[in-house]
Write a protein that binds this ligand. Structure first.
Ligand SMILES: Cc1ncc(COP(=O)(O)O)c(C=O)c1O
Length: 358
């Protein structure tokens, strides 16, 4: 039996896609082998890889002067590789710090170059996005890095910054949740395990102008230009993850693309936030204009209610609602594959739990 899985990642995947992968697992397209058992250099796999890229390009309307890379090591490898690719040791990178993932990216960049935290949401305990007018930018920064959706804090940028330097975005927990204008970014990266597919894979969308700037001591496997030149097959890529991502992209197209996903995701999030706000029992600490559509943290009135909440939710088939260990409380992640019925079931459970414990 499937549950409603509210995990922040690895997260729920579309059942239709899981079933397709299951049906194809031992005998992919009549070849008598699984997709995992064939060479990445084979015509068959190169076809799968190219189709996945083409579908992603279509979904996000990626302009032709951007390259799409399917890399390994998750989003962490990418925010670590970024400074090697785009800075010299005397360069400055600007960051907007809106929470845990921003902080980790800042920590890695500091190993390579100067870091300027242009804006910091620490004063609000990471419940808001600092107003654009307050940012202290470096005029010749190598790039500005930000996290459009902070997965742990549930804080989302209500705007895309307009800047004179390349904009780099960690879209791990927001990519494909709605349409975006790719041309406003220098580079977008996203770990796969929320809206794309299995963990380990990371999709990178990079403007061609940012290729070829890597430091000479950058390992080839982390050099965007070298990876792009080899069609993301400089070594053996994560073939199963790439294939699975391709199935998810096709599923998204069948759903009506990203405009349709945006409508559904907004409706799901609104339903849950309304239930929280109107309950007089639960509380979401994030400034309303910066509330995430994807990750909804909420607190119970007394911490001793957390354990029974989780146990009873589990019994009702609602799983992985525990907040991140660094912040506590509860968190419901509502990625693309979470149906509205799951959110309705959660809201019903929460209402009933509040009635019994209020
Ligand atoms: C916004 C964000 N960035 C980066 C990461 C790290 O991703 P990975 O574990 O794939 O390195 C995560 C993981 O959940 C995330 O949510």
């Amino acid at each position: 039996m499937r549950v409603f899985n509210f995990s922040a990642g690895p997260a729920v995947l579309p059942l239709e896609v899981l079933e397709q992968a299951r049906d194809e697992l031992t005998d992919w397209h009549g070849g008598g082998m699984s997709i995992m058992e064939i060479s990445h250099r084979s015509k068959a796999f190169i076809g799968v890889a190219a189709e996945a890229e083409a579908d992603l390009r279509e979904l996000l309307a990626i302009p032709s002067d951007y390259r799409v890379l399917f890399m390994q090591g998750g989003a962490t490898a990418q925010f670590s590789a970024l400074p090697m690719n785009l800075t010299r040791s005397d360069s400055t990178v600007d960051f907007v710090n809106t929470g845990s993932w921003s902080k980790k990216a800042i920590g890695e960049a500091k190993r390579y170059c100067r870091v300027n935290v242009a804006a910091d949401a620490a004063a609000s305990n990471f419940t808001t996005v600092p107003a654009r007018e307050s940012w202290q930018l470096t005029p010749d920064a190598a790039y500005l890095h930000y996290t459009p959706n902070e997965t742990i804090g549930g804080v989302e940028f209500p705007f895309v910054p307009e800047l004179g330097v390349p904009l780099v975005a960690d879209m791990s927990s927001t990519i494909l949740s709605r349409p975006i204008e790719v041309s406003r970014f220098g580079l977008i990266y996203a770990g796969a395990q929320k809206n794309i597919g299995p963990s380990g894979l990371c999709v990178v969308i990079v403007h061609e102008q940012l290729l070829g700037r890597a430091r000479s001591d950058t390992p080839s496997i982390w050099d965007f230009k070298a990876v792009a030149a080899e069609g993301s097959m400089l070594n053996t890529p994560p073939t199963f993850g790439w294939y699975f991502a391709g199935l998810v992209f096709k599923w998204l197209k069948r759903q009506g693309g990203l405009a349709a996903m945006a409508e559904r995701n907004q409706a799901k999030a609104q339903l849950l936030y309304r239930s929280i706000d109107e309950s007089g029992f639960y509380r979401n600490p994030v400034e309303p204009s910066c509330r995430s559509w994807m990750n909804v943290p909420f607190l119970l009135p007394r911490t001793e209610l957390e354990k029974p909440f989780l146990v009873e939710a589990g019994r009702a088939g609602l799983t992985n609602l525990e907040g991140h260990r660094s912040v506590g409380g509860m968190r419901a992640s509502l990625y693309n594959a979470m149906p509205l019925a799951g959110v309705q079931a959660l809201c019903d459970f929460m209402r009933e739990f509040a009635r019994r414990n209020g």
